[in-house]
Design a protein around this ligand. Sequence first.
Ligand code: NAD
Length: 491
Amino acid sequence: MSDKLSIALAPGDGIGPEITRACLHIFEAAGVLDQVDFVEVEMGQKVFASGETRGMTDEAVELIEKTGILYKGPMGTPIGGGGKSINVTLRKTFGAFANLRHFQSLPGVETVFSRAGVPVDFYVVRENVEDTYGGIEHRLTPDSYVAKRLISTPGCDQICRFAFETAKNFGIDQVTCGHKANIMKMTDGTFLDRFRFLSEDYPDIETEDCIIDALCMNLVLRPDKYKMIVLTNLQGDIVSDLAAGLVGGLGFAPSANIGDQISIFEAVHGTAPDIAGQDLANPTSLLLSGVIMLRHIGLRKSAAIIENSLLYTLENGVHTGDVKGIGEAVGTKAFAAAIAENLGKTPETTEGCVVPANDVLCHTPPVRPSVNEMMVTNEQVESTVCGCDIFLHTTLTPLDLAARLQRICESTPFKLTVISNRGTQVWPTGSPYTELVNECCVRFELTEDLVIGQGPTIHLLAKVAEKFTVTDFVPIKMYDGERGYSLAQGQ
Ligand code: NAD
């Protein structure tokens, strides 16, 4: 039996097959194929077209679960028909919770910062599963829509721990937490709290946090200030593409989606149908994702040699047509051939990678769990119900609405405390200048310090629902004496 490591390979659609071929050519020249078997699996447009809505065959799923590693080219998302992005499906299904991207100035690639002599070299760690990417959305009234933003303590712990561990392994001594905790005090507030809490385990790593809008400005002004940034999913998505722009575009940004058991390494750009099959595509993003993959499985020497050769090749003016830089553009095949030929050379104008003495293959294939893992962090925290928020479809004025609701709750343990519209308090005080939509939140709180379960809130909900159209309902709670709900703006 071969003692090579098997890796599932999905070349993808559009330019996918040609950039995959280019990367495999370089891997072969570097001796990687003596240690790794790439086994091709079927995924992408051809599989969607056959009616398989996941975009991948059962055989592909089986092999990924067996090997624990997928190396993939870009894949098209079918437009319309409810087809979901295969890329998002893959990350979520296989628990690849951390997206790791490296953004570095490359020699021979002209950018605003290369011209100004400002080096860019930082990592973005983005949470991959939670946040608005649950895609849980509802239309509450003819005019109002809501998307749920789910953030969990275990989810924050996983991604922050991953960032600190990766920083430690890569010798990075500074990690920045990007967030919007000044506005979203519970979701982003938890993310920031857990970042600070876990940072205590890493005294050698300097930590700081930055509000996301200021972070974006700082990144454009002084990208050289950052070494690693950890972010929640949507903010991380936006910052990642901003960062790609700083180093010359999506064609240069590698991406790794790492899970406890299964990891996916992919190019971040799409299938580029406009240039597919013309030998014009730039394989750098997929190659650098492959370099992260080689380091992930312990082939650090091969990874460093390939990365140095890429830097040397670009430095010498050999590049594809999408790159603004010195020298004449060459095709995908010629670019890959030049990198294969330059293996062993190191760049002169930029710091290359230190080449370790050996490759030490160290990947453990997944062990299939018999049940889904339940992650619990705050097991000991006690919660007590103290009221409820009921969301209503109504066009009544706040005063009229309050009068009717007060009558409804007269004989219950609750009193009406606040009415808010789009998060702004409009009763008991408010401004006539606040514009309203036909969906509002009415908050009921206990009149006395009673211990009740959720039953009485459901009973109240039923009474309100007899008179009003309810669009949503949330019991509000205290957690170990701390408020587990936000106040309305102006409250
Ligand atoms: P795209 O990234 O495919 O193309 C945008 C532009 O960048 C095009 O002009 C293209 O020619 C150019 N480009 C992209 N990669 C290049 C490369 N390696 N070398 C040279 N030029 C390159 O984005 P799009 O046109 O919005 O999307 C096309 C398809 O790709 C869609 O079906 C989309 O769903 C899919 N997509 C897939 C992924 C993925 O698999 N991870 C990511 C993004 C988009």
